[in-house]
Design a protein around this ligand. Structure first.
Ligand SMILES: Cc1ncc(COP(=O)(O)O)c(C=O)c1O
Length: 347
């Protein structure tokens, strides 16, 4: 069975991890600081605060904006549940926005129609590695948290995503583009926001008590992150190469291929196609032939909240299938995926 995701780890990660273990400094230390600096440099921002997950990064990002009761936080309905969790952690009201069924990203017009005076932040994930309409979204004048959990290295008009919003967050979960097992980060140009975030993610040695969290990254995770970040350009090249092969091989079969736009660079965290038939049946057939594919979002957030009025989300959820794409796929595996997908969709 070809798995849906697989991290790309080699001797370099083993060596970096051994060095951390030998040093005896396995909690937050120099490696975390180095990883933070490298990430801020890569995106082109002033500073970074590493966390133990993307979810905790989202939570701290909302807290740094003083979001709380009576505030609304806008987010797309077709995305990871972690976003809904973070909004609930701070007791804010989720304001769900439909998506554009071509890009799978938040729909700018629906966002403009739904925001209110209570909307205090917009969380904008760049879904599956394709940048959202971030330039237009930031002009709305509401603080934007860019969610780059799936899009590190993607660019919008030649600029790295993550550098447009007030803050940006990242996830380094095992299936992500760069992987540390679990892990996350917040980046920003705002010294004040980062100071508050650093204060909130540690609970020890405080003169005055206020509730804090233990959301720290360890040097073990950071050692992995550093070597993964060094390989990011290579990872993205490989992902794009596989995406080009898939697009070429699937152009004559009855599926809809991922959209591409000349003003933004897709990093193909996921290669998501849309079916024109019974998606569950296709998933079963692909699995039966040894390819583990998935609905890329398990359930839309509006389903959890029992809300109607999200036609773009509904269309995509009904039709989307994510096909394995990662730098560790061998040439034989890529050929097998191409053959099986062609076979299943031209039956
Ligand atoms: C868009 C998005 N945001 C946030 C997260 C949460 O990251 P983590 O799993 O590291 O908490 C994910 C993870 O899947 C994600 O895809």
């Amino acid at each position: 069975m070809i798995p849906h995701s697989r991290p790309m780890l080699d001797e370099e990660e083993i060596l970096n991890l051994s060095n951390v273990i030998r040093s005896g400094q396995i909690s937050l230390g120099g490696e975390v600081l180095r990883f933070e600096e490298m990430m801020a440099g890569f995106i082109g921002l002033n500073g970074a605060a590493a966390t133990n997950s993307g979810t905790s990064a989202l939570h701290l990002a909302l807290l740094s904006l003083n979001i709380g009761d009576d505030d609304e936080v806008a987010a797309p309905s077709y995305t990871c549940t972690a976003i809904l969790n973070a909004i609930n952690y701070v007791n804010a009201a989720p304001l769900l926005i439909d998506i554009d069924p071509d890009t799978f990203n938040i729909d700018l017009n629906d966002l403009k129609n739904r925001i209110t005076k209570r909307t205090k932040a917009i969380i904008v994930p760049h879904m599956f590695g394709l940048p959202a309409d971030i330039e237009d979204i930031v002009t709305l004048g509401i603080p934007v948290i860019e969610d780059c959990a799936q899009a590190i290295g993607a660019t919008y008009k030649e600029r790295q995503v993550g550098g447009f919003g007030y803050l940006s967050i990242y996830s380094f979960y095992a299936t992500k583009v760069i992987a540390t097992g679990e892990g996350g980060m917040i980046l920003s140009d705002s010294k004040r926001a980062l100071e508050k975030i650093r204060d909130l993610k540690e609970y020890d040695k405080k003169d005055i008590y206020s509730p804090c969290f233990n959301y720290k990254m360890t040097d073990i995770q950071a050692a992995l992150g550093i070597s993964q970040l060094n390989k990011l350009p290579l990872f993205i090249e490989k992902r794009k190469g596989i995406a080009d092969r898939y697009a070429q091989s699937f152009k004559d079969i009855p599926i809809t291929l991922p959209a591409r736009y000349s003003d933004r660079r897709h990093i193909f965290y996921r290669f998501v196609i849309k079916t024109r038939g019974n998606t569950d049946e296709y998933l079963r057939l692909l699995e039966g032939k040894g390819i583990s594919c998935q609905r890329p979002v398990y359930l839309p957030l509006n389903n959890y909240l029992k809300l109607d009025g999200f036609p773009g989300t509904y269309e995509v959820w009904n039709k989307a299938i994510s096909i394995p794409i990662y730098p560790g796929l061998s040439d034989d595996e890529i050929k097998m995926i191409i053959d099986v997908v062609r076979d299943v969709f031209t039956r």
